[in-house]
Design a binder for this molecule. Structure first.
Ligand SMILES: Cc1cc2nc3c(=O)[nH]c(=O)nc-3n(C[C@H](O)[C@H](O)[C@H](O)COP(=O)(O)OP(=O)(O)OC[C@H]3O[C@@H](n4cnc5c(N)ncnc54)[C@H](O)[C@@H]3O)c2cc1C
Length: 262
């Protein structure tokens, strides 16, 4: 099974252990978690939902589960939840690493810039939509997808190949990855004078069109729409479920104010 969403609710507390300015765009934060997280080693680009404290009380109020064990998310909680990727998780120590791409405003971005040891936030749960299953993977992302793509390339099984295309903000955002003959990564650095360089690179990319091609993307919503159209034009015979291009964020909108899949 490659594409049915797996979700695990945990409603746990994360405590900051370490804060590191990793690069021009990233702050890396290591947390300890007071519960064991479910992270399947076969998950592609696994992510989680962070829950921030209510601004008026400073308290973290976890969502409840209904009688069917489904999580109840109301508007108040939705405004305090943000999606991030698992950059690293150590089951033995229950320590979690998240890389925050910093931008001017935003609950999570501001919190990460001010974070200090012992600060706490909540984690609602972990999830992934896709699992490794002998695919030829294509991974495409902007700065916000760097953690997910790096994690996935670091966990690539021997029977999966990957081509990744990533556009970062600055040369220091290019991450060192272990050498792997099955993985190939093309890094681009954003250039205000060439706003279309990424989409042009995807158009020209020599992607091997095999039976088990799976194209995953995480990026700003307008770019996601362009890339979806470009790739569907380029590979008209690929089935719809070969494409998973997700709007990770949307210019001018906070998370919760737009849909991730349009
Ligand atoms: C499954 C998934 C996994 C993700 N993983 C990561 C991850 O590991 N690391 C990561 O950094 N992000 C990741 N993101 C993206 C992140 O959730 C969004 O960038 C989110 O909007 C940040 O929340 P915020 O509270 O800082 O800003 P919000 O309150 O959501 O937005 C406030 C304003 O900031 C703008 N904004 C949001 N993100 C950016 C940005 N990157 N650059 C410029 N402006 C922005 C919005 O357009 C809005 O105007 C992921 C998203 C998804 C859906």
């Amino acid at each position: 099974m490659a594409g049915s969403k797996q979700k695990n609710i945990v409603n746990a507390l994360l405590t900051v252990l370490n804060v590191e300015k990793l690069s021009h765009s990233f702050i890396r934060i290591n947390f300890s978690c007071d519960e064991q997280l479910t992270v399947n080693p076969l998950w592609i680009c696994p992510h989680l939902k962070l829950l921030f404290a209510e601004p008026s009380t400073g308290k973290i109020i976890f969502p409840q589960l209904d009688e069917n064990n489904k999580i109840v998310i109301n508007d108040k909680i939705r405004q305090l939840v943000r999606s991030y990727s698992i950059r690293h998780y150590d089951e033995t120590t229950q320590q979690l690493t998240i890389d925050f791409a910093i931008h001017q405003e935003g609950l999570a971005s501001v919190w990460a810039q001010q974070a200090k040891i012992n600060d706490q936030i909540g984690i609602v749960g972990t999830a992934a939509k896709l699992m490794f299953n002998q695919q030829s993977l294509v991974l495409i992302g902007d700065i916000t997808a760097v953690p997910a793509i790096c994690y996935t390339l670091e966990h690539l099984p021997n029977n999966v190949t990957a081509q990744a295309f990533v556009e970062v903000n600055h040369s220091t955002d290019i991450m060192a990855l272990p050498a792997n003959p099955n993985a190939n990564v093309s890094w681009l650095i954003r250039d205000v004078n060439q706003p279309n360089q990424f989409i042009e690179a995807i158009k020209k990319a020599n992607i091997v069109n095999s039976d088990n091609l799976l194209i995953w993307g995480g990026m700003e919503r307008d770019l996601a729409q362009q890339i979806r159209h470009t790739l569907k034009d380029k590979y008209p015979n690929l089935p719809a479920d070969a494409f998973h291009i997700i709007s990770y964020w949307r210019q001018g909108f906070a998370e919760g104010e737009f849909k991730h899949r349009e």
